[in-house]
Design a protein around this ligand. Sequence first.
Ligand code: FE
Ligand code: FE
Ligand code: ZN
Length: 275
Amino acid sequence: MLIVGPHLSTSKGFLAAAKEAVAIEANTFQFFSRNPRGGASKDIDIDDFNAYLTYSKEHNIITPLCHAPYTLNPCSNKEETREFAVQCFEEDLEKLSIFNGICYNFHPGSHVGQGEEIGITKTIEVLNKVMKEEMSVTVLLETMSGKGTEIGKTFEELKRIIDGVKYNKNLGVCLDTCHVFCAGYDIKNHLDDVLDEFDKVIGLDKLKAIHLNDTFNDFNTHKDHHQKLGEGFIGKEAFINIINNPRLKNIPMYLETPNEDAGWKEEIAFLKANI
Ligand code: FE
Ligand code: FE
Ligand code: ZN
């Protein structure tokens, strides 16, 4: 079954987001845990949450994916930013435990000139503070394009982070198609080779989610600018291959394309027509 949905705002609650997903024929969605540019954590409205659960059951909406704020940088050179990362993780993971088996995706961070080695070490340090032996949430490292000083642009870097975390059973990866393509993984022409590489370096059992985005920028440019499916350098054919690849079949896919509901509805219809 194709599990696909866009990134939606939950500012009007989870029930409203689930209804929005259903209206565009999505069966899941992604949302931010809090304002992506920073800000305090808001409590989940329990009445809305229960109404969302009932509605989701009736309409076969699969557990959404939560995305951490962009301001979370676990490998910052500033201590207060790393402390915010720990606090943000702790609050968000606690809040998300209300969901049954949800994933929490974050950007591994920008080393801001300290170099990859220190960046990776600092991100591991933060994860070792927040990852527990038993936890209900699965934390996902997002594959990055390598813009600026981003870490997580190679499968090897992600693997090193995973290996550095003591309790890494609940640590997985979210593969962003725009990011990996711009990082130099040719999912357009050699999807199976990229999946082989992922499997060899990290293990495909760690792949828990996919961000389906086309890109404004060409292969290996280390840029991060999403485009609508089929309107960028990756192109329609590649997305048809991705959704039909047997190794990716049961992995939920999230659209972070520059669209509103009408555009996402079209993209979902296109994907469903080609499965
Ligand atoms: Fe992201
Ligand atoms: Fe993404
Ligand atoms: Zn991106």
